[in-house]
Design a protein around this ligand. Sequence first.
Ligand code: PLP
Length: 376
Amino acid sequence: MTADALPLFDLARRWSSEREAALATFERIAAAGAFSLGEDLAAFEAEFATFCGSAHCVGVANGTVAIELALRACGAGPGSEVVTVAHTFVATVEAIAATGATPVLVDIDAATRTVDPAALEAALGPRTAAVVPVHLYGRPAGIDAIRAVCGPRGVAVVEDAAQAHGARLGELRTGALGTVGCFSFYPTKNLGAMGDGGAVTTDDDDIAALVRSLRHHGSAPGDANRHEHPGGTERLDNLQAALLRLRLRLLDDDNAQRAAIAECYRSRLAGLPLTLPPEDAPGMSSAHHLFVIETDDRDALRARLAKDGIATGVHYPTPVHLQPGWRHLGYAPGDLPKSERAARRVLSLPIFPHMELAEVERVCAAVERALVEVVG
Ligand SMILES: *Cc1c(COP(=O)(O)O)cnc(C)c1O
């Protein structure tokens, strides 16, 4: 192989430009010994709430816990149901199950790869406590239709925005589209930490206060020894929050770079025998977390690109309703045909801020060559 390997995400490229500021921040926090519930956490929460256009932000340990605590604060628990999609990262469903509620899985819209509002409506029942639309691959789910279905029934909308930091729908950002927004700061996300982290955003004072309490052993505000709820150790670390403050300032620029890369892919790959990701709807700007093409020859194309040193991903090869750990939910192959078809066809191409246009061109040329071999 002649060319260097191209990864799906290159997380190390950022370091040289942020090194000085990050090390100074770590030094300051280490010298103060301020590792838990510190000033940087409070400052990050205020800044991320403002960024999202929400009244509140509560930093938590990871994205899965963000969804779990948000759902609990919306009343999900044993005896209730929470509706989401099967075409998502398994964490969405794990978080629902962790509350004690029963996950109800519905199909996606084949074009947008986000929840089909008609399927969502059909799944709502008297026990539905909440729905979790997933802004998969960075594209906001169709929130107007979701709100129209959930609003009149009093069903909470808990956004899984783990792949969509900074995406916009009209005037609003993700995190402010539903009742509650849930974010992950896992290193590969659009806003990533050096480890795990997450956040919950909301305009609702009571939900924010309850999540704040649950993340810290159910403690009462101002009285850490009074435990009002069964909570846990689910805080966002002060060090991660401090780093996230630095990176939040870059997020809009990062997302603009991702959009430019996506546009480059889109124009260069147009006309080839594959399905491109949907374009943004009017007024929408996706966070372009992943650039996910679809083809029936996915596995052959993937293997051919790997030979050229180009890493790709499959998000996700098996929908949650067909995963062995979730068999007890009682679904069978064929139950969610659009999710199952997407799982067979999706292929994620490299996309990350600092990816060079020459690298995008290299991927496109390799895809074009590979398709000639694979499809003929
Ligand atoms: C990453 C991710 C999560 C979970 O986040 P963690 O921080 O890894 O717990 C949940 N949902 C989706 C769609 C994700 O991509």
